[in-house]
Design a protein around this ligand. Structure first.
Ligand code: SF4
Length: 199
């Protein structure tokens, strides 16, 4: 991610120009819709998930359905709405039967994500699940060991956390997700305090 250090401002439309026609990997042949991302193009916090699921593929929107509802509840708990953040995935097209992303698909698709990060220019990246965390932090360490602390890469503070879908099946992960979202709130509050002090 180091090449993002000297990010150049671009609009999201420019950044995603061509994504709807993309066939750089085989997922372009089986998708219903490309799901590039959604939310505030000037968000301070960008959430990065794994890949579209069935509902996302059908609607062309990220994080709809049960995992999306849980994400919205977690955001609400810390005083944020979907409109306050930007959400994207590592892959923009659904892997068949929701299988894991393959390395060659991640390699083909993540240039889109890099362009989105450059365009939105967030200060905090929240990586949800193993795939986005490993990509952003360039690590092989799993999410269970990495979550719960603020990490850094280049100019970004990174908060790794579980993917909300994992908490749908394992409710014991909810308290960890809540603690990680509290970290997001704490970072944003500290940033706001600093901005006021510098005014
Ligand atoms: S998953 Fe990404 S690289 Fe593959 S076809 Fe879709 S947009 Fe292109």
């Amino acid at each position: 991610m180091s090449e993002l250090d000297d990010s150049i401002y671009r609009s999201l439309d420019d950044a995603l120009s061509g994504v709807y026609e993309c066939h750089k990997c085989i997922l372009g042949d089986t998708r219903t819709n490309v799901v590039p991302g959604a939310g505030n193009p000037r968000a301070k916090v960008m959430f990065i998930g794994e890949a579209p699921g069935k509902n996302e593929d059908l609607q062309g929107k990220p994080f709809v359905g049960a995992a999306g509802n849980l994400l919205s509840q977690l955001l609400e708990r810390i005083g944020l709405k979907r409109e306050d953040i930007y959400i994207a995935n590592i892959l923009k097209c659904r892997p068949p039967r929701n299988r894991d992303p393959r390395p060659e698909e991640i390699e083909a698709c993540t240039p889109w994500l890099r362009e989105q990060i450059k365009a939105v220019h967030p200060t905090v990246l929240v990586t949800m699940g193993n795939f986005s965390t490993k990509f952003v932090l360039q690590t092989t360490t799993g999410i269970t060991r990495l979550r719960g602390q603020v990490r850094t890469t280049g100019p970004f503070r990174v908060i790794p956390t579980f993917h909300p879908a994992a908490a749908i099946y394992d409710r014991s992960k909810i308290s960890a997700l809540e603690a990680d979202f509290d970290l997001i709130r704490a970072l944003l509050d500290a940033d706001e305090r600093r901005e006021h002090e510098n005014m």
